[in-house]
Design a protein. Structure first.
Lengths: 295, 255
């Protein structure tokens, strides 16, 4: 028991950070599971963080209501962006969300209510570690059960081949938008919890590199099953700490280590770290059957 | 008439891929669509399934105008298709491909799944059994757990048919279903199409294998360079002078 208390005292903030980042990685995972590449999930976290932070700091709204408002705002913004863009196919969502992320960052820097470049300071500290992991558990459960539902099958089908999906009766624009908005809602929630954890949030935390980081978590962990993004997040956050423990300066090497891990995974585990735990059931291609005799 | 195509024209820039095509398909028949390469057969199937919108003209399915509707709306009316350049879901297994095809008939709602209600598992088993039946019908049930990308060419075509059948469509558009198959495959797909028609399904069949088409179809429409040459019974079509010309080339006229 003493050991656990000690562990939490030393690594509590790290565990909280892992929880929040896992939520964000999962938010992107949902969008990716429908074959859509979003670079806006960090910005959605920013919207969730700023909206909920401003509401509880300046307007005295309760924690839960502020979180809901932040999360819902991110969802509404995603709907507004997604509806026109997701009628198109291909890279347009990535391009639009890339631009959108910058818009959010620049807006946060220039608005007065967000505290400008200094950031929003003095957000009440309401988020506890167990809340993060409770939310993470619920989101994991929802994502896991989504697979195999009508929605989950539609996402998977669109990811594989959008034209074929449409001819099977799947309303592709609807499901693509759904995946994008669901991701934004979860990112907004994670952003709100983060804001109420750290006392201060600043625009730089939700910029381009944060968005790419989420993508790296997903690629390293694997985007075929829900534990993948969490695995990637845990590894890439813990690795620098471990390196620091054995005497390698983590700060300078962090991106280099990330890059190296990413490279190794892409080369040797194209389906991510999660494929190591799959027992080869789905990830490794099955041996092709012998050609059937058709004489 | 289940399906009526009236004066459909499709332009790609200056090229008229289809130039005023008209044809009608009766309920429960196997209707052939033949013509030399580039005649516009696949373009027509794309229009019928909503993958492409015609430049002008009218398509009626079940007495509803469907030209220009998005593919999912047309599919919901009971139109299913296969693709000439096979479009399976490569990293899904055969069974999963068919399950993906059940979108229009299987509910799979979220709430019972979240609550792990037994009704969800029971329905799921029913759906899976239905999917297996589709695989059995096309003769690849023994490969249900193989990834689609690992199937042989002929079996991929079978899987596409199984996936199309998963939604119990009224009408099936088959784009070269036996291309690359040998005698036994031809026979099996022929028997399958015949039995589907006996159950009341309407089939529009594109195929280059003349014996296969003549044997299976009650009516055949011949296209050439985007125009309808003729529609008739296999015997009528086989003797039509313009059809013979389109396929074998006309007599050369030296001045």
């Amino acid at each position: 028991m003493e050991f656990v208390t000690h562990l939490l005292a030393v690594y509590g903030s790290l565990l909280n950070f892992i929880g929040i980042q896992s939520l964000l990685a999962l938010s992107l995972y949902i969008t990716l599971s429908a074959g859509q590449l979003s670079l806006g999930n960090a910005a959605f976290a920013g919207i969730g963080g700023y909206v909920s932070g401003v509401l509880s700091l300046h307007y005295g709204l309760s924690y839960i209501l502020a979180l809901i408002a932040g999360s819902a705002s991110a969802g509404v913004v995603a709907l507004v962006i997604g509806l026109p863009v997701l009628r198109l196919r291909g890279v347009f969502l990535a391009m639009a969300t890339l631009a959108f992320g910058e818009v959010v960052r620049i807006a946060a820097v220039n608005l007065t209510i967000t505290g400008g470049a200094q950031g929003l300071v003095g957000i009440p500290n309401r988020t506890k570690g167990w809340m993060i992991y409770l939310v993470l558990a619920v989101v994991c459960y929802v994502v896991a059960r989504l697979r195999g539902s009508r929605v989950g099958w539609s996402f998977a089908t669109i990811r594989e081949d959008e034209t074929a999906a449409a001819t099977l009766g799947i309303h592709t624009t609807y499901y693509k938008t759904l995946a994008f908005v669901m991701g934004a809602v979860i990112a907004g929630l994670a952003g709100g919890m983060y804001a109420h954890l750290t006392f201060i949030i600043s625009p730089g935390e939700f910029g381009f590199s944060a968005a790419v980081q989420l993508l790296i978590y997903n690629i390293v962990g694997g985007t075929r099953t829900w534990p993948g993004p969490i695995l990637g997040t845990v590894l890439l956050i813990i690795l620098p700490e471990v390196l620091r423990g054995i005497g390698v300066a983590a700060g300078a090497l962090r991106m280099a280590v990330n890059g190296l891990v990413l490279l190794l995974v892409i080369l040797f585990l194209p389906n991510g770290l999660a494929s190591l735990f799959q027992g080869g059931s789905r990830q490794t291609p099955k041996v092709a059957p012998l050609p059937r005799e058709e004489a | 008439m289940l399906l009526e195509v009236k004066h459909v024209t499709m332009r790609f820039g200056g090229v008229r891929a289809l130039d005023g095509i008209s044809l009608g398909v009766e309920v429960g028949t196997v209707h052939g669509l033949i013509g030399p390469n580039g005649a516009g057969k696949t373009t027509l199937i794309n229009i019928l399934s909503g993958v492409a919108a015609p430049s002008s003209g009218e398509v009626r399915f079940l007495d509803q105008m469907i030209q220009g509707l998005p593919p999912h709306r047309i599919a919901a009316l009971g139109m299913a298709r296969t693709f000439q350049n096979i479009r399976l879901f490569p990293t899904m297994t055969c069974l999963e491909n068919v399950i993906a095809g059940q979108h229009l008939v299987a509910e799979r709602p979220l709430l019972p799944r979240f609550l792990c209600l037994p009704v969800a598992a029971r329905k799921e088993k029913e759906y899976r059994d239905q999917a297996m039946e589709c695989l059995e019908r096309v003769g690849i049930a023994d490969q249900a757990s193989f990834l689609a990308r690992n199937l042989s060419y002929g079996d991929r075509r079978r899987l596409e048919i199984a996936r199309a059948l998963a939604s119990s469509p009224r009408m099936l558009l088959l784009d070269e279903p036996v291309a690359g198959m040998r005698q036994r495959g031809l026979r099996q797909i022929g028997d399958l199409v015949r039995s589907l028609a006996e159950e009341g399904m309407t089939v529009l069949l594109i195929e280059h294998n003349m014996g296969f088409v003549m044997d299976l179809c009650s009516r055949i429409t011949v296209l050439s360079f985007g125009r309808t040459i003729t529609t008739g019974t296999p015997a009528e079509v086989g003797e039509h002078p313009e059809v013979i010309e389109a396929y074998l080339g006309g007599q050369e006229n030296h001045a």
